[in-house]
Design a binder for this molecule. Structure first.
Ligand SMILES: [Zn+2]
Ligand SMILES: [Zn+2]
Length: 283
């Protein structure tokens, strides 16, 4: 079984490296049935990872034209126009995302929007993150974990996005910065409690393989233990590559299918080929 879709795709309108038409060509080459774009939405504080100054409008306009054109082109994947929206985004950006796009991926990258003029993220500058933890959180890595999951789950329950983005991104620097032990009970309990709470948002949990393409991890987000807990809760999953480079559009998808099967999942969801956002694929 091949998954043949991806709902988490970046473009040069934010930090993606592959032009939209080249990404589409790659999707066609792979035989994808659908392709969802999910640029980093404006949030109001970090210009590096958002589409500001009218770029979000132009991103949408370019994709709308492509969506229309592809709807009339045989053998082309169905195009969906989404956004990856950060939990800390300003109200106006959140409204634009939820009202004017096909779907939203709800992700948490930031812990603090204005820390001495910088924004602190769990997946950005590790030196800044380390400094923030030392200054603001008594150097306690588990406090970062708790803060991250509180921000993430509160936003998921508030906004109810279609997709829950890279759920346990907070473990990106856990080893390299010696922040906490991902295998320890203390961390696992916080993460499992957060996932249980997140279930109430009704979103689809992504198995995000982007970190494998970018070589920051050998395993996708979230961990196998969290996926197992999600399965026990009856949650839905999809597979995404958080793609910034067309060469990795389906990176680790076959392994992700096997992983889902090994946990017990009988199906996954992928973006639909007609009007419905999701379709079910049997594993
Ligand atoms: Zn992200
Ligand atoms: Zn992303």
């Amino acid at each position: 079984m091949k998954f043949l879709s991806n709902a988490h795709t970046h473009t040069p309108w934010c930090d993606g490296r592959t032009p939209i038409l080249d990404m589409l060509q790659k999707a066609r080459d792979l035989g994808f049935v659908s392709l969802g774009f999910s640029g980093h939405a404006g949030q109001g504080f970090d210009p590096l990872y958002s589409m500001l100054d009218g770029r979000q409008e132009r991103y949408k306009a370019e994709l709308k034209a492509l969506q229309k054109q592809m709807a009339n082109t045989a053998g082309s994947p169905r195009i969906w126009i989404g956004l990856e929206l950060d939990s800390m985004a300003d109200e106006a950006w959140r409204r634009d995302a939820y009202e004017n796009f096909d779907y939203v991926i709800g992700s948490t990258h930031y812990l603090n929007r204005d820390y001495h003029g910088d924004c602190v993220s769990v997946d950005g500058d590790p030196i800044l993150l380390e400094q923030y933890i030392a200054d603001e959180l008594d150097g306690d890595g588990l406090m970062v974990v708790q803060q991250y999951y509180d921000i993430h789950v509160d936003a998921l329950l508030r906004d109810r996005p279609a997709i829950i983005g890279h759920f346990d991104l907070v473990r990106k620097y856990s080893d390299s910065l010696h922040l906490f032990d991902v295998n320890g009970m203390a961390y696992r309990k916080i993460a499992l409690d957060a996932l249980e709470r997140a279930y109430g948002c009704g979103g689809v949990l992504e198995i995000n393989t982007g970190c494998i393409a970018r070589k920051s991890s050998h395993r996708p987000y979230p961990s196998k233990e969290l996926l197992g807990a999600w399965y026990d809760m009856g949650g839905e999953i999809t597979i995404t590559s958080d793609c910034h480079d067309a060469a990795f559009l389906d990176c680790w998808f076959e392994e992700a299918v096997k992983l889902a099967r090994s946990i017990g999942f009988k199906h996954v969801l992928r973006l639909g080929t007609a009007d419905e956002l999701w379709e079910t694929v049997r594993l």
